[in-house]
Design a protein around this ligand. Structure first.
Ligand code: SF4
Length: 107
């Protein structure tokens, strides 16, 4: 995310997308912009994210910190909420095993 200012463990101090010539506002399409501009901005940001070497880490950071604005790891806020909902559902359906239970199952 081009506007990240707080260091995040596992991610470089300066996001890969923060470089000369890249418009940081592309990661924050404004709702008051026309839908055409918003869509173009999102496509631009997603294209850069698709080639980013830290895309997985960036997305996971946004998921774990509850980032609710902008495009992180190539996904919008509604898309990230869908992942979080799916994870919660999976946790309810398939409770995670404790470390001791994992060892017992593997034995
Ligand atoms: S995945 Fe996208 S938002 Fe995250 S650092 Fe890379 S280019 Fe920036």
């Amino acid at each position: 995310m081009a506007n990240r200012t707080v260091p995040v463990p596992g991610l470089p101090p300066v996001p890969k997308c923060a470089r000369p010539g890249v418009r940081p506002e592309a990661w924050f399409p404004l709702s008051e912009e026309s839908s055409e501009v918003t869509a173009a901005s999102m496509r631009y940001a997603r294209a850069l994210c698709a080639g980013c070497p830290v895309v997985a880490e960036c997305l996971e950071t946004a998921l774990t910190t509850g980032e609710d604005y902008g495009i992180w790891g190539g996904l919008t806020s509604p898309e990230r909420r869908q992942i979080l909902t799916a994870r919660t559902t999976m946790d309810l359906l398939i409770p995670r095993l404790t470390a001791e239970e994992n060892v017992a199952v593997a034995a």
